[in-house]
Design a binder for this molecule. Sequence first.
Ligand SMILES: O=C(O)COP(=O)(O)O
Ligand SMILES: [Mg+2]
Length: 223
Amino acid sequence: MRAIAVDIDGTITDSSRKLCISALRALRGAERKGIPVIIVTGNVLCFAMAASVLIGTSGDVVAENGGVIYSDGGIRVLGDIEKAETAYNHLREIHPVRKVQFSDLRLSEVAITREIPVQAIREALEGFDVEVYDTGFAVHLTDPEVNKGSSLKLVAESMGIEMSDVMAIGDSENDIEFLERAGFSVAVANADPELREMADYVTAREYGDGVREAIHKFAGVDI
Ligand SMILES: O=C(O)COP(=O)(O)O
Ligand SMILES: [Mg+2]
């Protein structure tokens, strides 16, 4: 394994989005061993970059479910926010939806709070050119042309790393394409059933403790 790609919310953070110390230590241990960590998240890029700096990850960064990447020292917007805004404007006429915090900073997709059942959102947006992801933290309306998996591939290529050499770790449905594309996939114990079903390995422990478990077991990092 030459890199670890890791989701943020529900994977290295707990159910209230607080960073798990166990994950922090494991990710730093991987970096010390020369295994770069790539953050792959639905959060906005500046949030993901701050997480990268504070944790100490040296890999590039995938944000907004693949709609934005930080790669080769530059920012690239890959998703078309117009598709998401068109869908959101329609949704607003039907349901009292609200965007999540920091939405002004989103460059490629729209994320809304989870007050309306996701099934109702999917029904209202049938025929619109957006992917709807319920991450357990927000509902994202994302350009279907991009996802965490396709953008991770771009980032890994620019780092000179094959996808077959990447271990991916995630927790929810926005991680499916991301785990599918990686050479080895891990779902933390608290992950969505669908993700646990398709992952190569499901950790015994939840959240950051699961991340530590996988990094210890498969990357040989002593923590
Ligand atoms: O932004 C979200 O809703 C979830 O973020 P995540 O992809 O890091 O879990
Ligand atoms: Mg997550």
